[in-house]
Every structure is written in C-alpha cells, then in structure tokens.
Write a protein that binds this ligand. Structure first.
Ligand SMILES: Cc1ncc(COP(=O)(O)O)c(C=O)c1O
Length: 358
C-alpha cells in the first residue's frame, strides 16, 4: 500500500477557516478595499494569448529588483510568502536538522519544516509576547538549519529590532534565517534597507496584504545571490502565474495607492487601540494591519456576536499564549468605523469590559 512519508503522516492538517466568509472580512489580515484600480484595469486588458503562454518570471523579477533597490540575482518571485518558506525548508533542511521558531507565530514555518522531517524547536515568547532573545539563542546548535521570525509578528503584532535580528543571523551562520516582512508596509522598518546583509539571511515580502492581492498569490524572497541560486533550483520555473506577473508592474507603479492605504491602516490601528482601551479590553500594541485582543472566557460568543453583525474576526485561542484572544484586522476608515460600532455593542451585550476590568 502506498504510504506518505512518516514526516507527512505526523503533520496535522492545517485548515484556515475559509468557509462561509460572508460579511466584512477582518479575519485574514487582507486589504479590506482591494487592490489599485490600475491593477484591475491591467488584468481586464489581458487577452487569450497572455493566458496561453507559460509565464516568464524573469522580466518582472528585474522590475521588482529595481523597485527594492536590489540586483535580480538576489530575489525570487514566489507563489506567496508561503512558497518562499516551503522553498527555504526544501533547500536547507535535512531530516535530522532542527528548525527554531518563536511561538506564537504564523503556522506555515513549522508545517513546512516538519514536512521535511526536521525537528520543530518551539521557543515561547515572554509574557506579553516580548521577544525571547536569550531563549532563542540558547536553542541554536550545529543542527539548527532554519530559523523563522515574522517581523512584525502574526498574530501578536509585536516587532523586533533590526540589531537583534542581525544578532540571531550571526549566531547561526549554518542556518537559513528567514525574516518574514509580510506586514512591512504597516511597520515601515526593513532589513532590506541595510546595504550589507549576512549570507544566511533571507527576507520575505508579500503582495497579499497592503497591495490587496492575496488571491493572486505573489511574494518575494530576497537573499544572498549564491544562496538564491540554490533556492531557485528547487522552485518551479512557472511558480507565479501569468496574471500575477502581468499586473505586478502596475501594482509597483501605483505606489501612491499602497502608501495611502498603509497610512489609513496605521491611523485606524491607533483609533482601534484607543477604542479598545476605552472599552477596558486588553490588547497588544501592533505594528501590523491587525490587533490581538484578550477577550477571555467569552471569546466564542464574541466572535459569534460579531459574525451576527456581519463582521468576521479570527479566534486565536488555540495559539500558544493566546487563550481567549481574538485577532481583528484593521482596514479602511469606513470598515474601522463599522468595527468600532459593532465592538461597542458586543462588549456591552456580553459585559466584557467589566470582566477584564474586574
Ligand atoms: C507572517 C505572515 N507571513 C506570510 C503570510 C502569507 O503570505 P502570502 O499570502 O504571501 O503567502 C502571512 C499571512 O497571513 C503572514 O501572517
């Protein structure tokens, strides 16, 4: 009988709750108003020939490289950051290796690392999700071959300083160290601004969040040219589809659209955090387009009540250290106003603020 590898049999299936997403979608950290109209126009102008051809990634990679101030040899366009993580794990992890990952964080790091048969070494964040620097450094050993840090982190919204990230890269030169900057546009700090980066450092970016293109599946993986040549060997030459490649230059050119949206989200993040304080709810200050809030024992009722009011939010209760926590995506002015109005009603109905204040 055909059997999957043991490493795969041991994996738990990961099912993001995508079913029945009707209403205001504040559950997946997407752009709540969608991509630039220029991107849509470019997509609508595609003809049959554009779809009949195999996609040519390289031309667009040169444009992305110019946009990021890099050489094209330093980057690879990927099918979302998800694929970038997968490729790094396939390129660097042997079954006897270890992957060091801070928890709580984005689920795909441990899934792809474990799929290679590597051991997943979880390092718990400190209280209030402070970055566990000492604990992480203590876990590094010669078998450590993959380390991933989301900066800012999902679901906590916490950011790590660049100096600390570089310290980790230095401490594990034998490991592929991924700094996942999926939420860069809402944070503003990036390791890509550094003129010289360690050879084991990789930085990932995505067009799924600020750019509003999660459905197209495009990300960028940046690293040392020689390392990227290795990673490219593992990637399909057609990993990014023709529609995504056709519209990407337009998305980059309409820089003003993304900057305007990111500024709107940053403003609304402040507004939401201010409202959460006023409601007496504990939250963690965020650098992303989302805020994690501690609801407590009534988190299921909270999520359900918001859903009944047409708003989807993400229950993060089962993430390490996130008991009773719910993540709220921050979007446009209008969507934030809608969220705040609903929050006031639900917090009142469930007497939530009182529970936290007590
Ligand atoms: C930290 C982080 N990295 C990567 C991703 C996925 O990015 P992509 O859509 O480019 O695969 C997410 C999505 O939620 C995320 O939170």
């Amino acid at each position: 009988m055909l059997e999957a590898r043991m490493a795969v049999q041991r994996l738990q299936a990961y099912h993001p709750p995508l079913a029945g997403r009707q209403g205001l979608r504040l559950d997946f950290n997407e752009n709540t108003v969608g991509c630039s109209p220029r991107v849509l126009a470019r997509m609508r102008a595609l003809d049959a020939e554009a779809l009949a051809r195999y996609p040519d990634r390289e031309l667009v990679e040169r444009e992305v490289a110019r946009f990021l101030g890099l050489d094209a040899s330093q980057l690879l366009l990927t099918n979302g950051v998800d694929e970038g993580i997968h490729l790094l794990c396939s390129t660097y992890l042997e079954p006897e290796d270890e992957a060091v990952i801070v928890a709580p964080t984005f689920a795909m790091y441990s899934i792809f690392a474990q799929a290679e048969g590597a051991a997943f070494v979880e390092v718990r964040s400190g209280s209030d999700f402070s970055f566990p620097t000492e604990a992480l450094l203590a876990k590094i050993n010669p078998r450590t071959r993959f380390i991933a840090v989301a900066n800012p982190n999902n679901p906590t919204g916490a950011a790590v300083s660049e100096d600390l990230l570089l310290q980790i890269a230095d401490a594990a030169p034998q490991a592929a160290f991924l700094v996942d900057e999926a939420y860069f546009e809402f944070h503003g700090e990036t390791l890509l601004a550094r003129p010289a980066r360690p050879a084991n450092l990789f930085v990932a970016r995505t067009f799924s969040k600020a750019y509003g293109l999660a459905g197209l599946r495009v990300g960028v993986l940046v690293g040392d040219s020689q390392q990227m040549a290795m990673v490219r060997r593992v990637a399909s030459p057609y990993n990014v589809n023709a529609v995504a490649l056709a519209v990407l230059p337009e998305a980059l050119q309409d820089r003003a659209y993304v900057e305007r949206y990111a500024a709107e989200v940053r403003r609304n993040r402040n507004l939401l955090e201010q409202e959460l304080r006023a409601l007496g709810l504990h939250y963690w200050p965020s650098r992303g387009n989302f805020v994690l809030v501690r609801i407590g024992s009534l988190y299921v009722e909270f999520v359900r009540s918001l859903r009944e009011r047409g708003i989807l939010v993400r229950d993060r209760n089962s993430d390490p250290g996130c008991e009773g926590a719910v993540r709220l995506t921050v979007g446009s002015d209008e969507h934030t106003r809608t969220l705040i109005t609903a929050l006031r009603a639900v917090v009142g109905d469930l007497s939530l603020g009182r529970e936290v204040r007590a």
